[in-house]
Design a protein around this ligand. Structure first.
Ligand code: GLY
Ligand code: MN
Ligand code: MN
Length: 481
């Protein structure tokens, strides 16, 4: 059973402090009579469409589920293919187009949403099969309506191209995707409840995995325990589960499940249940034998200290990259003290250990979009160590992960020349390797990441994933058998 009740209390507490009570929250009950979180609330989608209409340039909006998450955000309609037209001032404000389903198709594939469902459940003012899309769109263009579209929406852009090929002028604004994605950054109360639900299921899966982990088992067996919990709760995986034991924990997104767990290993588990389309993203790192070795513990406590300091900072007004910079500072101080960095302020030595900025939004996608900072995410050299780049100020209603980590690849030092010959001369690189190698040797093969899901509220934050143990003492106590 989903633990709706405790989730409800948590969010109730969080939303009391939250500033972004949106109009719909007061008038729309989030729970069914039996205290189950509702799967679909038509007024929420209606309000989003109305809000969006005020923000875009076009007279009408046309979106298909090529742009899947944005389409879902606006419609809640969950079958493919589908197209929505939002056309203020025409006969029908909200028109849904869905796949024609013949009795034979139903015989093979089961029932699908009908025109009736589109109108009476999903709130469309009228609905048609996809075959009617071209005619309806041409009609609206004929009335001189301009259109807002997503640049990545192949189906809709193709339809518009077809209309143009027939000699009709169409004014098109490609502003839909970015506008919807920015709306998605601030979660409404119902979204916060579903995210909290997904996180709670994910924490339950972590707890179950902790009890299953033991030397001799395989990574795929741990995966089975985790995904069992997701499915038992009517959730799926929001992204492929990352389960890396021993040296596999040093690969950020280890995609296989094939290694036997050994006494003395760490196992890194980065997982997220997706419940009613909302995805959690929680990482813990456990000792396979139930007790951290002194070396593992040293590094683990360093990452944990950095992560806790970063969480402490997460509140409205603080830039989205500032907790990352704080975590980085703590980790680099620690590495310097351990002798893993020889020049505390060397850009390239720090970059050697730092691979990503450990914050991102979560929501319908595990890496939810929307403005985060004036950076190009892939230009990591440009911002990872630039503390002047602070990022967008956080606001109540954002939900972000925070996930610092340390990864000592077994052959990590072999790659120093490849990565940094542009940044330091050969003598400097050689000297670094000479001095660091004996220390690195103690830690090589260790990978650690600790990741929580944080809801920003008016006066701070709520750690939605605090149900998954993360201190050394808590972890060792749960795993003690
Ligand atoms: N699970 C992928 C990430 O942590 O971003
Ligand atoms: Mn993750
Ligand atoms: Mn993440």
């Amino acid at each position: 059973m989903l633990k709706k009740y405790s989730t409800f209390i948590l969010i109730l507490v969080a939303t009391v402090f939250a500033s972004n009570h949106q109009g719909v929250a007061q008038s729309t009950p989030l729970l069914d009579d039996d205290k189950e979180l509702k799967l679909f609330i038509p007024e929420i989608y209606e309000n989003r469409r109305a809000e969006l209409m005020k923000k875009v340039e076009g007279d009408i909006i046309v979106i298909s589920n090529d742009d899947a998450h944005n389409f879902h955000y606006l419609t809640g309609f969950d079958q493919s293919p589908a197209v929505a037209i939002i056309a203020p001032g025409s006969d029908y404000l909200y028109i849904l187009f869905l796949r024609f389903t013949s009795p034979t198709a139903v015989l093979w594939d089961g029932p699908r949403h009908t025109i009736n469902d589109a109108i009476h459940h999903f709130g469309a003012d009228t609905a048609h099969f996809m075959q009617q899309l071209h005619r309806k769109l041409a009609e609206l263009v004929g009335e001189g309506k301009s259109i807002s579209v997503s640049p990545t929406d192949t189906r809709v852009n193709q339809e518009i191209e077809n209309i143009r090929l027939r000699g009709n002028e169409v004014e098109v604004f490609s502003d839909l995707k970015e506008t919807v994605e920015n709306m998605r950054v601030i979660k409404d109360p119902w979204e916060k409840e579903w995210l909290a639900q997904a996180v709670e299921v994910t924490c339950d899966a972590h707890l179950r995995s902790m009890k299953a982990i033991e030397p001799g088992k395989y990574e795929y067996e741990i995966r089975a325990e985790i995904e069992y919990v997701f499915m038992k709760n009517n959730c799926t995986t929001g992204f492929p589960s990352i389960i890396g034991s021993g040296p596999n924990a040093t690969f950020l997104h280890y995609p296989f499940y094939d290694r036997k767990l050994l006494e003395g290993d760490l196992i890194l588990i980065d997982i997220g249940a997706k419940c009613n389309h909302y995805t959690a993203d929680v990482t813990r790192t456990y000792p396979v034998s139930g007790k951290f070795t002194p070396e593992q513990r040293e590094l683990y406590e360093l990452v944990l200290k950095a992560q806790e300091a970063a969480i402490e900072m997460m509140k409205p007004g603080v830039g989205t990259l500032e907790p990352h910079h704080r975590a980085t500072e703590i980790i680099m101080d620690g590495l310097y003290e351990l002798g893993l960095i020889t020049e505390r302020n060397s850009w390239w030595q720090q970059r050697f250990y730092l691979h990503y900025a450990g914050l991102h939004y979560i929501g319908l996608h595990v890496h939810d979009p929307g403005h985060f900072a004036d950076i190009v995410r892939s230009d990591r050299d440009g911002y990872l160590l630039d503390t002047e780049i602070k990022g967008r100020p956080m606001e109540p209603g954002m939900v972000l992960t925070i996930e610092p980590g340390l990864y000592f690849l077994e052959d990590g030092l072999d790659h120093v020349y490849t990565h940094f010959s542009q940044h330091a001369d050969r003598d400097e690189l050689n000297e670094f390797i000479r001095r660091v190698a004996p220390v690195y040797e103690r830690y090589k093969g260790i990978g650690i990441r600790i990741e929580d899901d944080i809801l920003i509220i008016e006066n701070g934050n709520v750690n939605l994933s605090s149900g998954a143990p993360k201190s050394v003492e808590e972890i060792e106590a749960v795993m003690r058998r």
